[in-house]
Write a protein that binds this ligand. Structure first.
Ligand code: MD3
Ligand code: FE
Length: 224
């Protein structure tokens, strides 16, 4: 991954379509691609609306019985679920027992292209989690370890209100760095950074011109 790392440490990419497409390294195998999703949004937002119409956001309870402040939906062959039995991926929705909506092609293409740019050339996600944050929603520090194979990266797409992302270490006790994430930012995490603790600070009140009073985050994973 040395070549990709050196590339990330170089100057931000030139501006294209008036969109700043800079890259910020978060670690040896993780980077923020600023504004990377913006050119896709004319296709992505209508596709997202269709997915959410078929599978509306639902409240998810931790195995301990606490409601998460973030509401969840998803698409693809597998979706992440949580209940008294624990956290896991399921081919069917917990609310209906039916399959998740198909992952739109423009979702897959965006995730694969972002992963490739950070040094993961063959990313084929089978799950896209969709998180909805209203003002005040947050996500505590956690690791993502419900996937079978940690060699695949995770790709995230931020939409709507900004949020402060917490990027910690391999142990919960390690100090976390803070990175603001904005509408259109894409982040790729893999390799040595795949199991780092991470979270999101409470989203501040506001209204985004395109997305309204919410933040929506897509995370693409290879669950199986
Ligand atoms: C860093 N979501 O759904 S995405 C999650 O903004 C989750 O909704 C946050 O954490 C959100 O599990 C952050 C970014 C993310 C996802 C997976 C990671 C960051 C990661 C795995 C390892 C390290
Ligand atoms: Fe996570």
């Amino acid at each position: 991954m040395a070549a990709a790392y050196n590339r990330r440490m170089s100057m931000p990419d030139l501006f294209e379509n008036d969109t700043p497409r800079g890259r910020e390294a978060l670690g040896p195998d993780a980077a923020i691609l600023r504004g990377h999703a913006l050119p896709c949004l004319p296709d992505l937002l209508p596709a997202l609306r269709q997915v959410l119409q078929a599978a509306p956001f639902r409240t998810v309870f931790t195995p301990g019985g606490h409601a998460m402040s973030v509401k969840l939906s998803g698409c693809g062959a597998l979706g992440w679920i949580s209940d008294a039995q624990g956290y896991r991926y399921s081919p069917v929705r917990p609310d209906t027992g039916t399959p998740w909506p198909t992952m739109p092609d423009c979702f897959k293409a965006l995730a694969a292209r972002a992963a490739r740019e950070v040094g993961f050339p063959a990313f084929e996600p089978d799950a896209c989690l969709i998180n909805r944050y209203v003002p005040g929603s947050r996500m505590g520090l956690h690791q993502d370890r419900d996937e079978r194979d940690f060699s695949a990266p995770i790709v995230s797409v931020s939409l709507g209100l900004p949020a402060v992302f917490l990027f910690g270490g391999q142990a919960r006790s390690a100090p976390a760095l803070r990175y603001p994430l904005f509408h259109g930012d894409v982040v790729v995490w893999g390799g040595a950074d795949r199991l780092r603790f991470h979270g999101v600070l409470p989203v501040k009140h506001g209204r985004h011109s395109v997305m309204g009073p919410q933040r929506i985050n897509l995370t693409f994973r290879k669950a199986r």
